[in-house]
Design a protein around this ligand. Sequence first.
Ligand SMILES: Cc1cc2nc3c(=O)[nH]c(=O)nc-3n(C[C@H](O)[C@H](O)[C@H](O)COP(=O)(O)OP(=O)(O)OC[C@H]3O[C@@H](n4cnc5c(N)ncnc54)[C@H](O)[C@@H]3O)c2cc1C
Length: 517
Amino acid sequence: MSEDVVIAGAGPTGLLLAIELSLAGVRPLVLEALPERLPHNRANGLVGQVVRMLDRRGLYERIAGTPGPPAPAPQYMFGGLPLDLADLPDNPLYLLPVPQRQLEDVLEARARELGVPIRFGHRLTGLSQTADAATARVAGPDGEYELATAYLVGADGGHSATRKLAGIGFPGVSRDDSVSRSAHVHIPDELRDPATGGLRVPGHGVVPPFGYHRTEQGLFVYAPFPSGPPALNTLEWNDLDTEGEFDLAGMHASVRRVLGVDVGFTAPAGPGPHLLRRLVGGHTRIAETYRSGRVLLVGDAAHVHAAVGGPGLNLGLQDAINLGWKLAAALGGRDDLLETYQAERRPVGERVVTHTQAQSALIASGPQTTALRSVLAELLADRPARLRLAELLAGADVRYPAEPDAHPLAGRWAPDLVLRTETGPVRLAELTAAGRPLLVDLTRGHDLAAELAAGTGRVEVVSAAPIDGAPTAMLLRPDCYLAWASDSADPDPAERAALRAAAGRWLAARRVVEPVA
Ligand SMILES: Cc1cc2nc3c(=O)[nH]c(=O)nc-3n(C[C@H](O)[C@H](O)[C@H](O)COP(=O)(O)OP(=O)(O)OC[C@H]3O[C@@H](n4cnc5c(N)ncnc54)[C@H](O)[C@@H]3O)c2cc1C
């Protein structure tokens, strides 16, 4: 066996998976088909739980480029309808505006710090597998070669070669009834509204920045990024004229159709490359299985859907977080843990597919959509409705399967707490950077760590003062979801037995191949 894990694809998902495997003591090999990373961006930001997850791995500040922990967003949108979040008591929606290219740079740097080899210009072209191993066929700069590996992970995007070569179906729908156009532009000063950061459009007032401005003819977005030129984006259903090269004149024409007026933008100044993109239609598909023997899928390789509301990276990066420690456990013989990857993550993917389709319906053109939007807008005056949608968009409502009699928080994301330890206050998020399981004991000296007998690997343990309204004890899996929790000041023998069972179920012994930095 030459490799433990080969990852096809050095996009954000493949890179984060490589980091997670390294933290779990496995050194993967990453293959990337491109000779070098493309200069332009797809995503412009992260939306949802993944922002908190990156904070819990110590990566948030590096990606954001600003100090301090993330804070929830005061507002967002659902299907282009404004979602006011400022009055939610426990607002779950976090945003991190960051160009995808910058995110990839930070993840690649972190993976390299951990010693992960990344081979650019090496494309996966074939695979075969037996019960014990997979063999990847790779086309590299010096010709073709084969790699034997215990597991092969396809993080190779929506057109995934891994998925196709493994014969995994990708059912869903492809539509060609819409056209999205995007361009970097220069906006003259007189069209900029300094008070709101929005765009002054005759007949429409000020179009707010980054919002979805819907008309009966289509959708218009003005995105003044903090660095680089602003971008304009349109989405149309009625004019599918996609003949010829797309250029700035085509962007002007599209904006005129959507808004009914001319907007006086010009070509952007400064060094490019500048965005000029036309995409026809879209796909909504999910892999029929995330695992086929020794082959696994993560990120866009496993699911594609509309980009409305920006859920792609929230979904894909959390696939990687869920898979890394389980794959490491499987290398140590715990295939049962690896089996839970599909059971936990595919339903989350299905839910994202559902809400992106719902949002796509809400931004479509036509009077029926306008009527639907006004009914929904009325409902969104109610705080519980806004909270439900915020949780859906964030993925904060995810509960992985748990025992029927388990604590209500079992299977859920561990709450953000500030722990008062003997050495001072510490955020829970600061204790999970190493990706190890964590026992949080707030029972004042009832020694729950004694229940974590040999065989459960290295578990971090932190004791702190009780916190009003929080559990008295929690066992966090490496992905920060709860394996067990208690509300008792002194957990009784039955609860302690449940803690031992949860530790046995979820905490595999670590299999450190080589020390990592
Ligand atoms: C226009 C647009 C805007 C978007 N905006 C947002 C947003 O704001 N927020 C958000 O969260 N998401 C957004 N998304 C979605 C987001 O970009 C994707 O979900 C994300 O890129 C998926 O990451 P990935 O690593 O799974 O796949 P990719 O980013 O597609 O990476 C796959 C990698 O695999 C490589 N590869 C392909 N084939 C092979 C092979 N055979 N062998 C080896 N390597 C291979 C590719 O070169 C690539 O580097 C947007 C998408 C689009 C198209």
